[in-house]
Structure formats: structure tokens, C-alpha cells
Design a protein around this ligand. Structure first.
Ligand code: MLT
Length: 261
């Protein structure tokens, strides 16, 4: 589906009826990252996954910043007439979800933070972003996808699930150079969200793959310690895209959590 937000079009999937759950993808993904969750939840919930501006079939954003995406998410909820929702973000989607909490917490009934972290980029992390930007400009999205894939997908999945690896490769390759550059800069410039974790007073589910090397389980443990009403679930045999790599395990903990919200 598509909706006009001002002069820009935003694409999204909207499945089922019930309490809304809104899914925010990571970098450089698009809304189909959440296809296994929309399939699993749409019998009981209104499950929505959007293409962040700049990705998938959405138009480019006004600016690439994490806060611009968070504000855009609030405008999107207004447009589809949702006052409050469960907001679920994976990785960069988690950075946006935490920004959404800081800026629009009255719109949040519960949070899901998957394979993400609260801290800002380290100097080493920023250097890696500069390398990604350079690679995107020099060789394009396919080269970026090739470089990112081993970190994106866990070791077990790379060894045993070639179709999942192929799905993720195609998704990474679909991002444009401008969006790879813009989102990398947005992530590099994002503020440290650690201090805001103590303000989270809604039920929060933290999920991470035990083989996630990009946002390893220690980041999730730290968020779990800082967020009072949080539950931590570590998915065995999954890497950074734990929802795609182990959808059954992911969906089970997600459904249990949503059932209690
Ligand atoms: C993502 O999956 O969104 C990215 O790996 C996040 C990041 O690079 O920090």
C-alpha cells in the first residue's frame, strides 16, 4: 500500500485487525524484512511494516537522520489513524524506535528492541561507516551487500539456510547508493540513547540472536538491565536478523509478549 505524507509517498504493508503492532526495519533493509512476523501475527493483530523513507518503495526522506525517521513514523501513524501502537524495531529500526520513544512516547504501548543497541557509534564504528560509504560510492550496493552479508546473517544460517542468505542478499542489494550513504551518516550522527532507557515505563521485549556479531547479546543484556519492565530473549542459532533466521522462535516469544501487553 502507499500513502502520501506531504509531498512524499510511503509504502507499507498493513495486515489483520486488532491492536496495532508497527515494525521498523534495519539497514539496508526494507519492509519485507518483517514478512514472517506479519504472516504470524495478522490473525490476531493489525500488523504493519513500513518502508523507511529512502528504502524499499518509499520516496527519499527530507533528511537522513534517525530523528527525522522517528518524526516521520509519528506522521505515518497520524495518517493511518493510529494513536498508540506497539513499536518494534530491528537494529537501525531499534535506533529509530528508541528515538520514537524519546520524541513521541505518548504514542507507544510497548516496545520490541531486536538485535540493536542503545549506545552511539564508537570511533571504530564511525570509521567502518566511512568505509561503507566509500565502498557504496566506488562499487555500488552489490559490493556493500557482499561486505555486509557475513555480519548480517549468523554462522549457523550461513552454513545451513542458503535460501535465507539469498533473501537477505537480495534485500541488501536493493538499497540505492544515496540511501546507503544517507543512512550510514544518520547512524554515525545518532546520539547515545543509553540515558533514556531508564525512562522507559512500558513493557519492553528485547530479542537478540546468540550469533549476532553486529549488535551482540551483551548490548541486549545492558538494555535489559537499564529498562525496568523488560524481558530478554536470546534466540539460539540466529545472527543479526534473528526474526528472519529463526522466525518460529522469534514469533513465539513475540506472540507471548504481545499476549501479555
Ligand atoms: C542494521 O542492521 O540496521 C545495521 O547493521 C545497524 C548498524 O550498522 O548499526
Amino acid at each position: 500500500m502507499q500513502i502520501e505524507l506531504g509531498t512524499r509517498r510511503l509504502s507499507y504493508d498493513d495486515a489483520g485487525e486488532g491492536d496495532p503492532v508497527v515494525f521498523v526495519h534495519g539497514f539496508p533493509h526494507h519492509r519485507k524484512l518483517w514478512a514472517p512476523q506479519l504472516r504470524a501475527l495478522s490473525g490476531q493483530y493489525r500488523a504493519i511494516a513500513l518502508d523507511l523513507p529512502g528504502f524499499g518503495e518509499s520516496d527519499m526522506p527530507e533528511r537522513f537522520t534517525i530523528e527525522t525517521w522517528a518524526d516521520g513514523l509519528a506522521r505515518f501513524l497520524d495518517a493511518i489513524e493510529i494513536q498508540r501502537a506497539v513499536i518494534a524495531g530491528l537494529s537501525m529500526g531499534g535506533y529509530i524506535t528508541l528515538a520514537f520513544w524519546r520524541l513521541h512516547r505518548d504514542r507507544v504501548t510497548a516496545l520490541v528492541l531486536a538485535d540493536t543497541r542503545a549506545g552511539a557509534d564508537t570511533e571504530e564504528g564511525k570509521q567502518k561507516r566511512r568505509e561503507t560509504i566509500e565502498l557504496a560510492r566506488r562499487e555500488g550496493p552489490t559490493a556493500v551487500a557482499r561486505a555486509m552479508l557475513p555480519g548480517m546473517v549468523g554462522k549457523s544460517t550461513r552454513e545451513r539456510e542458503p535460501s535465507v542468505v539469498a533473501t537477505m542478499r537480495a534485500m541488501l542489494e536493493s538499497a540505492s547508493v544515496d540511501s546507503i550513504v544517507g543512512a550510514s551518516e544518520a547512524m554515525m550522527n545518532r546520539p547515545d540513547a543509553t540515558a533514556s532507557l531508564a525512562t522507559i515505563d512500558v513493557p519492553t521485549l528485547i530479542i537478540v540472536g546468540d550469533e549476532d556479531v553486529l549488535t551482540p547479546p551483551k548490548e541486549s543484556r545492558a538494555m535489559h538491565t537499564a529498562i525496568a519492565d523488560s524481558r530478554l530473549e536470546i534466540i539460539p542459532g540466529a545472527g543479526h536478523v534473528s526474526n528472519v533466521e529463526r522466525p518460529a522462535a522469534f514469533n513465539q516469544v513475540l506472540s507471548e509478549f504481545l499476549g501479555g501487553v
